[in-house]
Design a protein around this ligand. Structure first.
Ligand SMILES: [Zn+2]
Ligand SMILES: [Zn+2]
Length: 419
């Protein structure tokens, strides 16, 4: 029997009710904050991710789905920031009024060992704000994520935040960090010994107990406790913390937080929920002032975040597919289908018999489908331009004029409910 590939999953209608609830809520909150959706291709040139995500990262070294077609090297997107930045540059969006505010929702692909909450095809939602380098813009995207999680009812939220410095001060910090860790270098794990050379900041992310113990030791901890960023970076960070306090967002300044990707500058953050246990981040992001230029665009500051949808969905109370509003029982398929369409246009869900069952069996079917109301459209009703409405739960029924019934149906169309 054929089954879905390892690390992928089918989303069936029962589960999708919760997904759609999340997606509708997310779209609505982002659109109201004046972010607009962007959809980029599921695959891009491999070099985009090598340059944009960084060729020292696990994502690029171990986890990408790369393939060749013709003379092109292509990769299924492992994340969406690089693709959005590529599109921003390609379509000259730097000429749009600043800031340019975009969001996305969709599948990403990483070749990882499948484990709880981690899939090879997984989904992310995220926002990117281009063109401003202010603490206000950092605060606005954090506030947006916080609003989304609060609206979705995610329990026990916390904001972990750090300042990793800019291009002016980060190299100094890296060198100082190398100097302070030199005596411990041989005791570090294999990965950290590589990171020591290539990207020492990422050593602080290490999950190995022996490395964690070294970074928590007195000399290293004292060094990390001090602020090593330049004055401009410190002012930016302090201003951001003041705004977050004004917006009632409780944060924890976590000096070990560096995030896995190379392109972050100044602000990095994660939003966590203690309900998730050890892997407790629901959302991560930060400022990435160098990325647009790195990918060949004009020097453009930017800030954003991404969230893992699967992980978030596990925290949302399960939703159920919408119930069926009407079932039309009729011995005349044409009249039934026409009436169904008229009711659907009023924003209600309708089912009709498509199998040629007799009226009695159609009523049984309406019961099985748990329709809220059954509309009986028999010969008598059709002659009088009437319908018989039957409330299945209450067992009540009445015959009414069809046109007045249709005008009495008023529900805003589905698309406007979201706004
Ligand atoms: Zn700096
Ligand atoms: Zn390590």
């Amino acid at each position: 029997m054929l089954s879905a590939p390892k690390g992928t999953h089918d989303l069936l209608p029962e589960a999708l009710a919760t997904w759609q609830y999340f997606e509708n809520t997310a779209r609505s909150i982002m659109e109201r904050a004046n972010f607009h959706e962007i959809r980029t291709p599921l695959f891009e040139a491999t070099s985009l991710f090598e340059r944009g995500v960084g060729d020292t990262t696990d994502i690029v070294n171990k986890e990408m789905y790369t393939f060749e077609k013709g003379d092109r090297q292509l990769t299924l997107r492992p994340e969406n920031t690089a693709g959005v930045v590529r599109a921003y540059i390609q379509h000259g969006m730097d000429r749009c009024p600043k800031p340019v505010k975009l969001y996305y929702l969709g599948p990403m692909f990483r070749y990882e060992r499948p484990q709880a909450g981690r899939q090879r095809q997984f989904h992310q939602a995220g926002v990117e704000l281009f063109g401003l380098d202010t603490p206000q813009s950092d605060a606005s995207v954090i506030l947006l994520a916080w609003d989304l999680f609060t609206t979705l009812g995610i329990p026990d939220l916390a904001l972990e935040i750090n300042n990793v410095g800019c291009f002016d001060c980060r190299d100094d910090f890296k060198n100082q960090l190398r100097a302070i860790l030199l005596p411990f270098k041989d005791s570090l794990c294999e990965d950290c010994q590589k990171r020591y050379e290539t990207n020492p900041l990422r050593m602080l992310d290490c999950k190995s107990e022996k490395c964690k113990a070294i970074y928590a030791s007195e000399a290293v901890a004292n060094f990390l406790e001090a602020d090593h960023t330049c004055e401009a970076c410190q002012q930016h960070f302090n201003a951001l913390l003041i705004i977050l306090t004004q917006c009632n967002i409780q944060f924890h300044h976590n000096k070990m937080l560096v995030r896995g990707l190379d392109y972050y500058t100044r602000t990095v953050f994660e939003i966590t929920s203690t309900h998730l246990g050890a892997q407790n981040a629901v959302c991560g992001g930060g400022r990435y002032n160098g990325l647009v230029k790195t990918l060949g665009g004009p020097d453009t500051p930017a800030v954003g975040w991404a969230l893992g949808v699967e992980r978030l969905i596990s925290l949302i109370p399960p939703q159920h597919p919408a119930s069926l509003d009407f079932y039309i029982a009729s011995d005349d398929p044409g009249s039934a289908l026409l009436l169904a369409q008229q009711i659907q246009h009023q924003g209600f869900s309708v089912e009709v018999d498509l199998s040629g069952k007799n009226l009695g069996k159609q009523l049984t079917q309406a019961n099985k489908l748990q329709a809220g109301q059954v509309i009986i459209l028999g010969e008598t009703e059709r002659q009088q331009n009437q319908i018989t409405l039957k409330d299945m739960a209450k067992g009540l029924q009445e015959t009414v004029d069809k046109d007045s019934f249709l005008t009495s149906l008023k529900r805003p169309p589905v698309s406007s409910v979201l706004r």
